[in-house]
Design a protein around this ligand. Structure first.
Ligand SMILES: NC(=O)c1ccc[n+]([C@@H]2O[C@H](COP(=O)([O-])OP(=O)(O)OC[C@H]3O[C@@H](n4cnc5c(N)ncnc54)[C@H](O)[C@@H]3O)[C@@H](O)[C@H]2O)c1
Ligand SMILES: OC[C@H](O)C(O)[C@@H](O)CO
Length: 383
């Protein structure tokens, strides 16, 4: 596709709470192994909102204007000379982090740990809320015919959940507790179920989130109380009849009280996974970890095979990511969408576009149907 003269509208964060639209040059295909993708849908992640509000996450500080967004799907509009596996018109989910491929972590298959990772919308790298995005072909995943572009934009958070849940080493029939019922916790619960967990308990401090969790993937829910972590843990175990404790506990909240309760909920010899990000340092119950010989793991983004598995889970109907989408807004309303996420009114909002007239076009079938249903039921989401 000739991109000369094409608009490449991008949603740029200048500094906290200061965003604008900029028409940037369309990126060039710099390697024969790259593809150029017209971005069709992008989900808003908590980290995008955090950068918008605070301009930093930990030591990642926005010093220069940065395009936001990293949960995207789009349509291929051009391919490099060496690309054999994808063609113009293919609909793809974009994996938004590009490792060096040479360091010890990349070579041992843990490329998500690459210290030279260039991750979209993690400063100093621009994100995917833009018209065109260029990426190595092996970080673009063709969507099966039955998977929509909107679902494609949700593959990124689902891949996060796949990676977290892999660390929990869940066996069929085991019991799993997931702390936090935001998008990541909900998806972890769904993946745990898909892995064959017999009980999946969602824990949160917001009743409406638990109601949704029950309708989405949880077999049991627990509304965390302002009591000691030990008491919350006893209550969770009793609420879901977990015997001596859960086989695996995943934290997808990043909240200190939840992490503390988690170590009391997990059974002897069970698995604990830290997926949530929060304060750098917290008080951590080391005696529970030690005496129960709990295996504790961290989980960061996603690695080999996670995107493919995420797409399969959607294709096979094992994780219905569409249910998380409360609304789809046009690109020009991106800031409104960020406000809605900040206000906690939605689980997931997708931003459509900015490209609506490129080859492949926009797949609006899912959102139009969903929006009509939402409007009919009086729940207009954010749109
Ligand atoms: N490990 C990774 O690579 C990775 C990737 C993306 C997001 N994250 C992190 O995962 C976490 C979840 O992401 P999200 O997008 O779902 O965020 P979110 O903020 O939407 O969800 C967090 C949930 O935790 C709940 N919560 C807060 N305190 C709690 C408590 N004491 N007990 C139980 N629940 C509590 C909140 O009500 C909320 O529903 C965040 O910390 C995020 O930073 C990690
Ligand atoms: O899903 C990926 C995450 O949102 C990112 O790692 C972010 O939290 C930090 O850049």
């Amino acid at each position: 596709m000739a991109t000369d003269g094409k608009s490449n509208l991008s949603f740029v964060l200048n500094k906290p709470l200061d965003v604008c639209f900029q028409d940037k040059p369309v990126p060039k295909i710099n390697s024969p192994h790259d593809v150029l993708v017209a971005v069709n849908y992008t989900g808003i992640c908590g980290s995008d909102v955090h950068y918008w509000l605070h301009g930093a996450i930990g030591h990642f500080v926005v010093k220069d204007p940065m395009v936001l967004g990293h949960e995207s799907a789009g349509t291929i509009v051009a391919v490099g000379d060496a690309v054999k596996t994808l063609s113009v018109g293919d609909r793809v989910a974009l994996e938004p982090g590009y490792p060096c491929r040479r360091c010890v972590h990349c070579l041992s298959g843990h490329y998500n740990l690459c210290p030279e990772m260039r991750f979209a919308a993690t400063p100093p790298y621009d994100g995917t809320l833009t018209g065109f995005w260029t990426a190595p072909v092996d970080f673009c995943y063709k969507l099966p015919e039955t998977v929509s572009l909107q679902e494609g934009a949700l593959i990124e958070p689902l891949a996060v959940a796949v990676h977290i849940t892999k660390q929990a080493k869940i066996q069929p029939g085991q019991t799993v507790v997931v702390m936090g019922a935001g998008p990541v916790g909900l998806l972890c619960a769904a993946v745990a179920k898909a892995y064959g967990a017999s009980k999946v308990v969602s824990v949160d401090i917001v009743p409406s989130k638990l109601e949704f969790a029950k309708s989405f993937a949880a077999t049991h829910t627990y509304l965390s109380q302002r009591v000691s972590p030990e008491e919350n843990a006893r209550n969770i175990i009793a609420a879901a009849d977990l015997g001596e404790g859960a086989d695996a506990v995943i934290d997808a909240s990043g909240a200190e009280p939840s992490i503390q309760a988690a170590l009391h909920v997990v059974r002897q010899g069970g698995h604990y996974v830290q997926g949530g990000m929060g304060k750098d340092n917290i008080t951590f119950p080391i005696m529970a970890l030690c005496i129960k010989e709990v295996t504790a793991s961290g989980s960061f983004r996603y690695g080999s095979g996670d995107y493919r598995l995420a797409i399969q889970l959607v294709e096979q109907g094992k994780v219905d990511v569409k249910k998380l989408v409360n609304g789809v807004v046009p690109f020009k309303n991106a800031e409104e969408a960020f406000k809605k996420v900040k206000e906690g009114e939605v689980i997931k909002i997708l931003i459509a576009g900015p490209n609506e007239n490129v080859e492949g076009g926009l797949d609006t079938t899912v959102d139009e149907k969903k929006l009509k249903e939402a409007k009919a039921s009086g729940d207009s989401g954010c749109c």
